[in-house]
Write a protein that binds this ligand. Structure first.
Ligand SMILES: [Zn+2]
Length: 60
């Protein structure tokens, strides 16, 4: 039994329960070569954009 910790859906940011159907996709990270993330297969059919979401600090 592998210990992967809690998995979070990349799209809705909700925890993925063991045995729940998910899809995996590769995303690019600014701090690394990228990572594989999971998201709900039936609930989150929309493929997330190939970049990390979140507030981006902008200095004008
Ligand atoms: Zn989801």
């Amino acid at each position: 039994m592998s210990h992967e910790g809690m998995r979070i859906c990349w799209t809705c940011q909700k925890p993925i329960r063991p045995g729940e159907k998910t899809r995996k996709t590769d995303v690019f990270s600014a701090s690394g070569p990228g990572a594989t993330v999971e998201y709900h297969a039936p609930l989150c059919p929309v493929t997330p954009p190939p970049y990390q979401r979140g507030p981006v600090p902008r200095s004008h």
